[in-house]
Design a protein around this ligand. Structure first.
Ligand SMILES: [Zn+2]
Ligand SMILES: [Zn+2]
Length: 383
């Protein structure tokens, strides 16, 4: 067993040396060194990038239970001045993935002493969660074919919810989201002779206006769940008073409670943008970035989290709405069929995730571990 102060120290060490998505080499090394003490039955490295999986096997056949945490930090300059502040300029753990790793390490220490009785437990450290590419890269890695779980669980710390309280629901837990990049191309001309060129200015304005109305239109069509569309950036030509613009870019974040709703949102957004471009005689291109599927909890997965909270007397709430933010954990529940993600309250006064003054609440390390231990005990038994 690792003591609470050892776990807190580990979390603070991870906090001091953050690495961005797809660059988590040293973080993964640090975790591998830590897990050497736990004598996992199998260690899998470089899964979908720097991803890791440690397998703890029982002696009897049974289901595979995967518990996931994340390796990556964010391109945010830390404004805290405590002793464990980030040593890397412009990069810091502002989503609490350092804390999630400490929780799964605590779980590794428990499994080192108490193996599952039947089936196996897979402790998974996922790369590149923040960019939405790590989970899909991991589950589609050939090496993952030996690790496909029957159950998948994860938690995310959650500022705004009382410290140590759990929030969970069956169905969509996190919304689907994706970044849409619309490029319009016309022709520049002298600003004195705009008639010689083809400016995308009006089409750009139409696209921004019509995109903003799209969630309302979809709501009237009664599609599954709620939808949001936020125009986050637009650029027209260059800053040059002598030149009429020849190109424009509009970027928007699309969000939906369901994958089906997201498909409809994407289809209609592309259609209206291409129509506006076509009417203006402009070249049109559309591409996507930061694509997240909805993370969907199964009924049984949710119930197992609830059972664990009841057994460990940890207060829990059943949410009536999904979280609006996105998470790529849904890739794991999609392959496992059963499982759930839940929120673990970081306290009502905690700065929000991705804020420059955020820091993980260390009190959550043993609480998170105890919930996962209880879930594993339920599914796999513990020796
Ligand atoms: Zn994040
Ligand atoms: Zn996160």
């Amino acid at each position: 067993m690792l003591t609470t102060s050892q776990l807190t120290q580990l979390r603070k060490n991870l906090h001091q040396y953050p690495e961005l998505s797809q660059q988590e080499r040293e973080t993964a090394e640090r975790i591998v060194r830590q897990f050497e003490h736990f004598h996992a039955d199998e260690v899998h490295r470089n899964l979908g990038g720097h991803g890791l999986a440690f397998v703890f096997s029982g002696t009897l056949p049974g289901p595979s239970t995967l518990i996931r945490c994340e390796l990556d930090a964010l391109p945010i300059e830390e404004t805290n001045d405590f002793a464990h502040r980030s040593n890397v300029s412009g990069v810091s753990h502002k989503c609490g993935h350092d804390g999630h790793m400490a929780i799964i390490t605590a779980l590794g220490a428990t499994l080192a002493e108490h193996r599952p009785q039947h089936g196996r437990v897979i402790l998974c450290f996922q790369p590149a969660e923040e960019t939405g590419t790590g989970a899909i890269d991991m589950v589609t890695d050939d090496k993952f074919s030996q690790l496909v779980p029957d159950y998948a669980f994860a938690l995310h710390n959650y500022p705004g919810l009382a410290l140590g309280h759990v929030a969970v629901r069956a169905g969509t837990f996190n919304c689907a989201s994706r970044g849409m990049i619309i490029e319009l191309r016309g022709k520049t001309s002298h600003a004195a002779h705009p008639e010689d060129g083809l400016s995308p200015a009006l089409a750009m304005c139409q696209i921004i206006e019509q995109l903003s109305q799209l969630p309302q239109t979809l709501a009237e069509q009664d599609l599954a769940g709620k939808h949001w569309l936020t125009v986050i950036h637009a650029k027209l030509g260059e800053i040059a008073f002598g030149t009429a613009p020849g190109d424009a870019v509009v970027m928007a974040t699309l969000r939906s409670e369901t994958n089906q709703g997201m498909n409809a949102l994407v289809e209609q957004a592309e259609l209206l943008a291409s129509r506006c471009a076509q009417q203006a005689g402009l070249e049109f291109n559309c591409r996507y970035d930061d694509v997240f599927q909805a993370s969907v909890n199964s009924e049984e997965g949710c119930q197992r989290v609830v059972n664990a909270c009841e057994k460990t007397t940890i207060p829990y709430h059943l949410m009536d709405q999904p979280m609006r933010w996105s998470e790529d954990f849904g890739q794991f529940t999609a392959v496992a069929k059963q499982g759930a993600m839940f929120a673990l309250g970081a306290g009502v006064k905690s700065p929000q995730l991705h804020n420059p003054d955020y820091d993980f609440a260390d009190e959550l390390i043993p609480i998170g571990r105890d919930i996962f231990v209880s879930i594993i005990e339920d599914i796999n038994g513990l020796s």
